[in-house]
Design a protein around this ligand. Structure first.
Ligand SMILES: [Zn+2]
Length: 159
């Protein structure tokens, strides 16, 4: 979706003239329960035409390497709990997705500050678990929770 009715909110061109009320009403078209279920909400800035046509910049990892990490992370999930993180129920979450104490505190603070629902809480936890799995880390740490929360930009009212 666009960030606002005209689509230019947060753009460096400064073209957006939408009022905060208009932006709120526009975003309100997505219901809370639906938004809860969108785990990765990211603001993607407009890409300049020159950037699109320029030669591809070398990235740190190839798609093939990323794919291998994803497959390994999924395999880790199946071995640990017999199903992918996305399919975990609330009870299983407590068992398999318990963050270390500092990460738990950070998560609770973020949930309160953003007034996220219980459903959103569980989903942030699953994303954090997946991020840890992508690094082959056993315990969910603060960095994983922080990154998972960062991915909820609409909930956070960004941009
Ligand atoms: Zn606008």
């Amino acid at each position: 979706m666009n960030p606002c009715p005209c689509g230019y909110l947060g753009d460096s061109s400064g073209k957006c003239r939408c009022t905060p009320d208009q932006v709120l009403r526009y975003r309100g078209r997505i219901s809370g329960p639906l938004l809860d279920r969108i785990d990765l909400q990211l603001f993607v800035p407009r890409v300049e035409r020159e950037t699109l046509t320029a030669a591809a910049t070398p990235s740190a990892e190839t798609s093939e390497q990323v794919r291998a990490r994803v497959v390994a992370a999924r395999e880790r999930q199946l071995q640990r709990q017999g199903k992918p993180n996305a399919a975990l129920g609330p009870k299983e979450l407590e068992q398999h997705c318990r963050p270390e104490p500092a990460a738990q505190t950070l998560l609770e603070t973020a949930m309160t500050r953003l007034s996220l629902s219980a459903r959103a809480y569980h989903r942030v936890l699953k994303v954090a678990r997946s991020l840890a799995d992508m690094e082959a880390v056993t315990v969910i740490g603060k960095a994983h929770v922080a990154e998972a929360v960062r991915y909820r930009e609409l909930d956070r009212g960004q941009p």
